[in-house]
Design a protein around this ligand. Structure first.
Ligand code: ADP
Length: 415
């Protein structure tokens, strides 16, 4: 990038491209504000639906919805461009300072965000076997964005990158070593963008440099993962080679005896693909109590539903086990961090996750924990050795920050 192409505006578009959807957010990075946020769904079907919220001049958000046939992602991004122009959010893609793409799997090749070129795209393609549902779709997003905005620098931000600091004793499985060398079988970890974001936020809140904090971060959304962060770097995490391992999630089972898969194959005659779908989409909270939305589960449990109560007990017991394990990994824990939909909003789940952990220095203040509020909140009791923080995550903003930094660093090295 040359000095003449460094633009004055700092509009960054963040794209999260799925196999039949494009989620996007447009930021003005001068003030870190969201100009527009939208979702195009059911691409390739007769009735694709685009919904967008756009910031009005007065500061409020206006909603726009469109339903029409969108044959593919190329057409989809063109429609997004038109809607952003019609709503006044962005005249054209050429106005952008940069585009940031969420890419799920960076394998061992990417420890940090990277400016996208042909070589990077080839590497993302090669990693498709590790994330067959996500990487190909992420790549399509990159290809169509490069077609629509060939002059705009684009950056790939990987879900796995933050966990590339795991030491070998944490990322290897107890399998023959050749499987790692030949087939790349190892723990990679995911939700890295969120764990990285809340780590920086926690460090700033605790008024410490990011490389001086020890944290246990709990990302509890539909997918869920825990990370042990030592001196600001991830040293262990609950998701593994794929996002199936670890905590109990909305529809994923989390930790499991691998022999169950072979047993099920023999007993039910189901092919491997069906069992894989069962573990990913029909298990977890949904498998235990029939629904995967934590709000519904809490309501059912309140009404006396035994399956919902069991689901909550299992969900929070698994989290407590990880808190114990990561306390052993870290030695000193400065803060336990709750984030994502459940971590930020479900006070009762936070309470149960911390129950009985006083011997680890973790004591919640029930009143603080029940109080609602925006921004970062501290919910530990006065005598708790470990601070307990509720930090709203913002993966899109983190991708925009990383994109801005990468483009600026790249411009610097070009001079
Ligand atoms: P995703 O992984 O899809 O981004 P989110 O981070 O939005 O997921 O989290 C979704 C989960 O958060 C759902 O299980 C939802 O029920 C839960 N959730 C959101 N708000 C609340 C709330 N007020 N109380 C309890 N659970 C909530």
């Amino acid at each position: 990038m040359t000095q003449s192409t460094v633009k004055q505006n700092l509009k960054i578009l963040v794209i999260n491209c799925g196999s039949s959807s494009i989620k996007y957010q447009l930021f003005d990075m001068r003030e870190r504000s969201v100009l527009a946020a939208g979702l195009l769904e059911q691409i390739g079907e007769a009735r694709s639906r685009l919904t967008q919220r756009t910031r009005s001049r007065k500061g409020g958000m206006r909603a726009t919805a469109k339903t029409q046939t969108v044959g593919g992602h190329r057409q989809g991004l063109a429609l997004i461009g038109r809607v952003m122009a019609d709503t006044g959010a962005l005249g054209s893609f050429t106005e952008l300072y940069g585009i940031g793409h969420r890419v799920v799997h960076g394998g061992e090749a990417f420890r940090a965000p990277v400016i996208i070129d042909r070589g990077v795209m080839d590497a993302i393609r090669r990693m498709a076997a590790l994330a067959p549902l996500h990487n190909p779709a992420n790549l399509v997003g990159i290809e169509v964005a490069r077609e629509h905005a060939p002059q705009v620098p684009q950056v790939a931000v990987f879900d796995t990158a933050f966990h590339q600091t795991l030491p070998p004793h944490a990322f290897h499985y107890g399998l023959p070593r050749g499987l790692y060398r030949r087939h790349h079988v190892r723990r990679y970890g995911f939700h890295g963008t969120s764990h990285a974001y809340v780590t920086r936020q926690a460090a700033a809140h605790l008024q410490r440099p990011p490389d001086a904090v020890n944290l246990i971060t709990l990302h509890l959304g539909n997918g869920a993962s825990a990370a042990a962060v030592k001196n600001g770097r991830s040293v262990d995490t609950s998701m593994g080679m794929t996002p199936l391992e670890g905590l109990i999630m909305g529809t994923r089972c989390g930790d499991l005896d691998p022999a169950i898969i072979f047993y099920l194959g023999r007993e039910t005659g189901q092919p491997a693909g069906e069992i894989e779908a069962l573990l990913n989409r029909e298990s977890g909270l949904k498998g235990i109590c029939g629904v995967n939305d934590m709000r519904d589960i809490l309501q059912r449990a309140e009404g006396g539903d035994a399956a919902a109560r069991l689901a909550i007990d299992m969900y929070t017991y698994r989290i407590r086990k990880y808190i114990g394990a990561y306390t052993a990994v870290l030695g000193r824990v400065d803060a336990l961090v709750f984030t994502a939909g459940i971590g930020e909003h479900a006070a009762d789940i936070r309470r149960r996750c911390c129950r009985g952990l006083a011997h680890l220095g973790i004591v919640l203040d029930e009143d603080e924990n029940s109080r609602r509020g925006a921004g970062i909140r501290e919910v530990q009791a006065a005598h708790s050795k470990v601070r307990i923080l509720v930090i709203p995550t913002d993966e899109e903003l983190e991708i925009a920050e990383q994109t801005l930094k990468q483009i600026r660093d790249d411009a610097q090295t070009a001079f």
